[in-house]
Design a protein around this ligand. Structure first.
Ligand code: UDP
Ligand code: MG
Length: 316
């Protein structure tokens, strides 16, 4: 199988047939074998019926239906698991992603050797309340992850098969698949400007809270990819730093006190100095951070995947 198209969907009954016909129309002249995997994320409209009908009439159509709504990441994960193509392309079901982009995305993976190509909705047809926060969000993600993409959350993305089989998308991590891929050593990440369209039918499934969740997820992803396997390096480092500040300051305060006592200089009590409390607090916080580091090490030691590495090649 050359190409798998994974389409996560939640209540998109009006769009599915049109989407499939369009995709088929674009791919048939290319002379490649393909499958379209519709992952119904617990829709409660007629979406599943449409998928069943499509799959009876067309051998390329596969369908997976969740018993309830788990979210887009879960839908993508199941689609990735089922995909058999050498190249896997994801696209939204709502016809906002244009199927005419498929051949070029496929070509970029096969011929240009990209591991992942992300769409970039340079000109967007979405309400302003979505596009402005989105700019900020992408800038932050770019800065924190070091991946130079303009549009992390674009539904239209193409992957080499190894990429989707090795990453685990959960929660709402679909926004950060490029970061997950990079963390697993797939570093050739490209971008393609894609044509975006207005939503034709139905309504958007994500509200404004997506930006808060997205930001929190970004922090988790970065933290886990940097320190997931060695949490003590973060907590221990901070702990030593805090503890040293506290310890050295109290040393200084103590020495100062002894000096004044020795020379019989009248000084206010140590406990009436603000520095005394700062020193004390830093030492306490430093110790706490250390303990957190040890606990985190214990947790990460128990991770059954702690010795799972991405092996690219072997000889013999
Ligand atoms: N989607 C899904 N599960 C959900 C929410 C959304 O599978 O819980 C699908 C949805 O049907 C669509 C895609 O994810 O195919 C993108 O969703 P939407 O168009 O609502 O997002 P937006 O375009 O507003 O970013
Ligand atoms: Mg959409």
């Amino acid at each position: 199988m050359n190409l798998s198209i994974v389409v996560p969907l939640f209540n998109e009954e009006e769009s599915l047939t049109e989407l499939y016909k369009w995709v088929r129309g674009v791919l048939t002249p290319l002379n490649i074998s393909f499958e379209v995997i519709f992952v119904d994320d617990g829709s409660n409209d007629g979406s599943w019926q449409v998928i069943e009908d499509l799959s009876v009439a067309n051998q390329e159509v596969k369908g997976i239906k969740f018993r309830r709504n788990y979210g887009k990441s879960a839908a993508l994960y199941s689609g990735f698991e089922a995909a058999e193509g050498d190249v896997v392309i994801t696209m939204d079901a709502d016809l906002q992603d244009n199927p005419n982009e498929l051949p070029e995305l496929y070509r970029m993976i096969i011929e240009d050797g990209y591991d992942l190509v992300s769409g970039w909705k340079k000109k967007r047809y979405d309400p302003l309340g979505k596009t402005i926060p989105s700019k900020l969000f992408n800038r932050t993600a770019r800065y924190i992850s070091g991946i130079k993409l303009h549009d992390f959350n674009c539904g239209l993305k193409a992957y080499r098969k190894d990429v989707v089989k090795s990453i685990e998308v959960y929660g709402e991590m679909h926004r950060y698949i490029p970061i997950l891929a990079k963390r697993n050593g797939f570093s050739k990440i490209g971008e393609k400007v894609v044509i975006h369209r207005e939503r034709q039918y139905g309504v958007s499934k994500f509200g404004i809270e997506r930006f808060l969740k997205g930001f929190l997820d970004l922090l988790s992803v970065t933290f886990i990819s940097k320190f997931g396997k060695r949490p003590m390096h973060l907590f221990g480092g901070l702990g030593i730093f805090m503890f040293l500040i506290g310890f050295l300051s109290s040393l200084y305060l103590g020495a100062h006190k002894l000096y004044s006592v020795y020379h019989q200089i009248r000084e206010p009590l140590l406990t009436s100095s603000a520095y005394f409390y700062i020193a004390l607090t830093s030492m306490v916080i430093g110790t706490q951070l250390f303990v957190a580091g040890f606990l985190a090490e214990l947790v990460s030691r128990n991770n059954p995947e702690r010795n799972k590495y991405q092996i690219e090649k072997r000889v013999k």
